[in-house]
Design a protein around this ligand. Sequence first.
Ligand code: SF4
Length: 367
Amino acid sequence: MDKMGKMKIIPVFVPHVGCPNDCVFCNQKRITGKGTVSANAEYVVNIVDECIKTINKDTFTELAFFGGSFTAIDLRVQEELLKIGKHYKDMGVVHRMRCSTRPDAINEDILELQKKYGMDVIELGIQSLDDDVLRRSNRGHTPTDSKNASRLIKEHGFILGHQIMPGLPGSTTKTDMKTCDVSISMEPDMVRIYPTLIIKDTDLEQMYYEGSYTPLTLNEAVDISAYMYSNYSINNINVIRMGLQGTDTINERGDVIAGPFHPAFRQLVEEKLYLSSVLMTLKGFDLKGKDIYICADKKLISSIAGQRRSNINNLKAILSIRNIFFRESTSAEEGLITIYNEQNKLGSFERKEIFNNYLRQQGEKCI
Ligand code: SF4
């Protein structure tokens, strides 16, 4: 995207109308019930026209149909919305079109329709690839649906996205890790990782109050996301989102009852990976009471140090280091992190190595 300049997403919220299900974590029926949203051509035109007023010519624009299950909407409505998208694509106002949907709402005919109107990216809410977890979450589809849909989407030449939700009812670290591993085997082009949150007015909220569901802690969510992020990254699959953020409908409405929510969740995961690599680099050195110096590109320093100096404090506690100082390295060393004590270089690693380092370290813990 860098070469194209900035990217702007034009979000079109498609409500629950398209979805025949009631996943335990989803409150879209409530949103639809209360809201005035009606997905039709005029609705899309208004959103796009309003958005493009503020967009520079060199901005790459993506029209994103999200919420609900786009390809499960009544075909006439779907076609009406797609036609508008194509119209703006033909005008060069929209450069890419994306939708999100359920795995069981994909078939040859639906994909032909998307192709005809220029859809580019199809994101599947696969959430988990464990039968029991899907059943307990009332997803209404199976892992096989996700596999078949992924294959069809790729065969038809779309960009495939996966959305994964660690921490669903009945899940364990093992089932979530397996979901990631099996998802990788389906070769998605991009992934979003959304640790499960308990949203107001959902079945999951009731399960939480009844004690039949316990959400992941923030630490647990960061750990499993770090595993997934690392595993996807070493397989060259782009993790484009981790955790809900301020622009998401649910968060904006202040509806999170419980669960591993953090406004900068991705940052927490990045920090975890850097901590792991620094620890690995310093393994075997006696640094008790000593100072160390970490030399890195200034863009990386905040992730290495951690929010509120969390990594610095952890490193000091674990290795009994006296002080940790940061030095900005020159641009020629971008991505390289080097650690020194007062006299010597102790070691170095590159940004791209943090994923492998993390996985290796987790593997060592398991032995
Ligand atoms: S499939 Fe999507 S829109 Fe439908 S209930 Fe589940 S999460 Fe909500």
